[in-house]
Design a protein around this ligand. Structure first.
Ligand code: CA
Length: 235
């Protein structure tokens, strides 16, 4: 999942960004409102952490303009401890939740995870495709009873696929949600990660779940419905 961190304090931004990356998020940092609006128009972020006090635009104004675009972006507003009015205003302008500064980084991750599960399809904490399960809160993957150990990046790539079971997911889409601005579109890094995931998820003798769709991208669990032997579409 890809996050835009809007924070003008460079030290706080660097610390939070690193923590989020370690937790498996792809993170871009915007030091002001104008950058936030520009970057979010280009990149399909899953969530934004929006500081209220920014050097140019007010965080509330940024929130208002983001909401006016009707993107499915989740917005977590970072507000000062005592400013109840700010929290109310933030929620009124369309923020999905707020977090009080200074926040514990663990709480920031938990709030983001909760936000990204929420609305739209109200995704459960555990995503399932056939007998593959991904616990996005505990960050554990299992296939049947087998526990799959994933690196942070492998987890991020798998999460993108598992949010779209049975659909062709393009490399572009994977890169947009699992990589930050430093992604090199000419590299084969996504194919490398898919290869690693396939080796970990599809053991010999197991029904293959990770499918390559030539010229298009990848598909996870093409043969849904997952239960029962009626899955005749498997290729
Ligand atoms: Ca600030």
């Amino acid at each position: 999942m890809r996050v835009l961190l809007v924070e003008d304090d460079p030290r706080m931004a660097a610390t939070a960004a690193q923590f989020l990356r370690n937790a498996g998020f792809a993170v871009d940092v915007a030091p002001d409102g104008a950058t936030a609006l520009r970057e979010s128009a280009i990149n399909p972020y899953d969530a934004a952490v929006l500081d209220l006090g920014l050097p140019d635009l007010d965080g509330l104004e940024v929130c208002r303009r983001l909401r006016a675009r009707s993107t499915p972006l989740r917005i977590l507003m970072a507000t000062a401890r005592d400013a109840v009015e700010d929290r109310i205003a933030g929620l009124d302008t369309g923020a999905d939740d707020y977090i009080v500064k200074p926040y514990a980084l663990g709480e920031l991750v938990a709030r983001l995870r909760a936000l990204l599960r929420r609305p739209a399809e109200s995704l459960p904490a555990v995503l399932r495709v056939a007998d593959l399960a991904l616990d996005t809160a505990a960050r554990v993957a299992t296939r049947g009873t087998r526990v799959i150990t994933l690196t942070t990046k492998e987890f991020a790539v798998l999460e993108v696929l598992m949010r779209h079971p049975g659909e062709v997911v393009t490399r572009e889409r994977i890169s947009e949600h699992a990589w930050d601005q430093n992604y090199d579109p000419f590299s084969n890094v996504i194919d490398v990660y898919i290869g690693r995931l396939r080796r970990k998820i599809d053991f010999p003798g197991e029904a293959p779940l990770v499918e390559t769709v030539r010229g298009a991208g990848y598909r996870l669990g093409a043969s849904e419905p997952a239960s029962g032997p009626s899955a005749g579409k498997r290729r």
